[in-house]
Design a protein around this ligand. Structure first.
Ligand code: MN
Length: 211
């Protein structure tokens, strides 16, 4: 079964003025579509891999045949990362995390505000193209940077919140001013989605007996 582009969960202009409609259209309809297409092309002829959920494919990247491993890493990673990225955002998504996620952020970083500062610094500091992520490492929350389209899933981490800092994510509106883009992006973070992902991870973790 071929991988497909998930529809944007809102209108391309819905995140204005923080993220512009033209960027969203190109980013979703062209960039993300290309990752999907190239992932499908790489998997052609590998029916066992085609049948695997994307997350499992990335978690087991080391078992993917060497001849297609880089393509799966780049394009499968791109597909997974962007699928999370769209869902991580929402119009009028600003505000603060609540409940268990807020508690876990406070425990890991000192405060929600300190988490924002650390995450912002990580995102602004990514050299070249890549991502900043809030991930769960077992029961522990961490901020990590990843180059290119590397997925945290490949390192056994559970991605909760990702910020794309490739220039294609912001150049039309912000040109070289990545920190302006990062600061604007906080206004469209969909904390409800991040809280749902955190709950899934926490539930899986306790079901596994903390393994
Ligand atoms: Mn992107």
């Amino acid at each position: 079964m071929a991988h497909t582009l998930p529809p944007l969960p809102y209108d391309p202009g819905a995140l204005e003025p923080h993220i512009d409609a033209a960027t969203m259209r190109i980013h979703h309809g062209k960039h993300h579509q290309t990752y999907v297409d190239k992932l499908n092309a790489a998997l052609e002829g590998y029916s066992d891999l085609q049948a695997m959920p994307l997350e499992d494919l990335l978690r087991g990247i080391g078992a993917v045949p060497g001849v297609i491993r880089t393509a799966v890493r780049n394009h499968g990673g791109g597909h997974a990362n962007h699928s999370i990225f769209w869902a991580n955002m929402a119009p009028n998504g600003e505000g603060d995390p609540t409940g268990p996620l807020a508690n876990a952020l406070t425990q890991a970083f000192g405060s929600v505000e300190k988490f924002r500062t650390d995450f912002t610094n990580t995102a602004v500091g990514v050299f070249g193209s890549g991502w900043a992520w809030l991930v769960a490492d077992g029961a522990t929350l961490k901020i990590v940077a990843r180059p290119n389209q590397d997925s945290p899933l490949m390192d056994g981490l559970a991605p909760l919140l990702g910020l794309d800092v490739w220039e294609h994510a912001y150049y039309l509106k912000y040109q070289n001013r990545r920190s302006e883009y990062v600061n604007a992006w906080w206004n469209v973070v969909n904390w409800g989605d991040v809280e749902d992902r955190f709950k899934d991870v926490a539930d899986r973790y306790s079901a596994s007996g903390g393994a």
